[in-house]
Design a protein around this ligand. Structure first.
Ligand code: NAD
Length: 324
């Protein structure tokens, strides 16, 4: 195997945690069949290839595939026999197939259930999942203090929060003691079509919070194949992204590669979490990262794509419950 073929993705520090995450993170929601069925062989093959190429960060949730993603990830990690210290696992609490519950009781039970499904003694990061669907004052006063107890008990090492609307992060971070929330996971806000997270990065840095940005492909919008049926984007956003994908294809370019390079370019983002369920996708996304750090990104085509996407720039969709 040539040196180039085995090139690995770079590691980046995650806020003040001391963790070094691969800049490409493995989003395990597809292992819960969220984007279509995945066989055990494909799951093991993708995770094995990820490790070979330096990916050490895996993100899941009890919500993905109704606990299936956690189970498949756990089984896969066990099958591969990689030492526990060599990978970083993040899972979540508060969002389940049955609905939302951020209460102390539920999240305390939830971590034990997750650890059992993952076949692990601890997770590196436990994140409150999609907090805009909860009561943010409960998150501040009940859920996060409960996660601190789990941290003291050694079941989790770091605490995170996730959500779509960016305002939920400032709401919580302004109200918890400094250093309580270690990590923020934002999604669909640092892609070619939507880069709203950029404005929040200085604030997050000032709080010492590590930043993970998920869904660089905008959950399928920035792929040749297009988004799944359940995708919440407006018809206009979907069709504009498909037009951009076609534009790239006609020029022998791949919109997903450009999208990965766009998201990976900002080093204030520790890891770009991309959902993967095949060896080919791992190879492509790693290749995009390696090319970015060796020869740089395709600025020309990216700006052409940005021009096509301009009418829908930063267009998002509603998420969560109204809070006063
Ligand atoms: P994504 O933008 O990463 O897109 C994933 C889709 O793109 C899948 O269909 C995948 O098969 C496909 N894909 C991956 N690489 C490709 C390539 N090279 N070419 C073509 N298609 C490719 O969206 P996502 O999976 O929703 O997000 C990534 C991860 O981030 C999730 O798995 C999850 O772990 C995390 N996430 C968390 C939250 C949250 O906490 N609220 C929300 C969204 C995502």
């Amino acid at each position: 195997t040539s040196v180039k073929a085995m090139a690995k993705v770079e590691l980046r520090e995650l806020g003040n945690t001391g963790l070094k995450l691969s800049c490409v993170g493995f989003g395990a929601s597809p292992l819960g069949n969220v984007f279509g069925p995945v066989s055990d062989e494909e799951a093991v093959g993708s995770v094995r290839e990820a490790f070979r190429r330096g990916i050490n960060f895996f993100d899941t949730s009890p919500y993905y595939g109704g606990t299936l993603s956690e189970k498949v990830l756990g089984k896969t990690l066990k099958a591969l026999g990689v030492p526990r210290s060599e990978y970083i696992v993040a899972t979540k609490c508060g969002r389940y197939a049955e609905g939302f519950d951020f209460s102390a009781d539920r999240v305390t039970k939830s971590i034990d259930e997750s650890l059992e499904r993952l076949q692990l003694d601890y997770v590196d990061i436990l994140q409150c999942h999609d907090i805009e669907f909860g009561n943010l004052d409960q998150i501040v006063n009940e859920t996060i203090p409960t996660l601190q107890k789990l941290k003291e008990a050694g079941k989790i090492h770091f605490i995170g929060i996730t959500g779509l609307p960016l305002g939920v992060f400032t709401y919580v971070l302004d109200r918890v003691p400094p250093g309580t929330v270690d990590v923020v996971l934002s999604y669909c806000h640092y892609s070619i079509n939507d880069s709203a997270l950029e404005d929040l990065l200085p604030y997050l840095k000032s709080k010492g919070v590590g930043v993970i940005s998920a869904s660089p492909l905008a959950m399928g919008l920035l792929t040749e194949r297009g988004p799944p049926e359940w995708h919440p984007a407006s018809p206009e956003l979907k069709s504009t992204c498909q037009a951009a994908a076609l534009y790239c294809k006609e020029r022998g370019k791949n919109i997903s590669k450009l999208a990965m390079q766009y998201s990976l370019s900002n080093k204030d983002i520790s890891s770009v979490l991309v959902g993967m369920n095949s060896v080919k996708q791992v190879e492509e996304n790693v290749a995009a990262a390696v090319e970015l750090s060796t020869v740089g990104k395709d600025e020309q085509t990216i700006s052409e794509v940005e021009a096509i996407l301009k009418p829908v720039k930063n267009q998002t969709w509603p998420s969560g419950i109204q809070q006063s």
